[in-house]
Design a protein. Sequence first.
Length: 317
Amino acid sequence: MRALHLGPAAHLIDAPEPVAVDGEALVALRVAGVCDTDLQLARGYMGFTGIPGHEFVGEVLECSDASWVGKRVVGDINAGCGVCADCTERDGHHCEQRSVLGILGRPGCLAERFTLPARNLVAVPDDVPDEVAVFAEPFAAGLHVLQEVERAQARRVAVLGDGKLGLLTAFALRGAGVDVCVVGHHEAKLTLARGAGARGVLEQDLASEADPFDLVVEATGSPAGLQRALELLRPRGTLVLKTTVAEAREVDLTPLVVNELRLVGSRCGDLGRAIEHFTTGTSDPRALIDERYPLAQAAEALAHAGRRGVLKVLVTP
């Protein structure tokens, strides 16, 4: 089958056909999204080589649970062991034996077919189009912010970064009824945030904001974002860190101590909650789509997604 391969460069390969072991599903790709994490993997993050991709809508071709066959699905990218305490008592996102679709120990979805445990699958309702459902994974990551902090901490909220993850996080928080200010560098992107009911403020105009923020979500995709986010918080405020980058970063953590700040790492969320939001129609992320490519041009899609100012690039088989 055709698949995109990273290492050392991005190129299309003829990959071995994946085999679904017991408890897993074989999924045919319908559409995939290129994520900033994919771009970081291409730059050397985690020393990754292999097939990337973790944002997808697919159709189940084979599964040990026959009720899944033929269904349109998205899926949790964390494939835990299924038996440890983290898997049985929580969500398995920190199972020590987990593989992660297209990131760690499991070939990704930028391929014609791939596998995931059946327990990871979430059915997509008929009234949710593929080009909405493909945003479920990053949208769920945005919603996850509200699982990491108490709602009382989310009164005066800033999302730092107007790229894909920043905007989707703002969309998710607005869909949950949170007042959000998106801080960025691109007026056109901030206009998208305003269309979702958030405030949009250019970085150079931020001095007009009278008060610091109770909660800042750092989603810049930049090594410098953490330092800037610390500067925007009030004393005893909370910083939710979303960015992962290939480069090492230096940051002065003195404000954490002096201002008694809380620093929270935040990664994956509940895809079922994301699909529920899409079903209600309160959030429609399709305005973020900049371009579409066939899988045969997946390397070009990756390069396009890495251009400055580009939002979401989709890949179809």
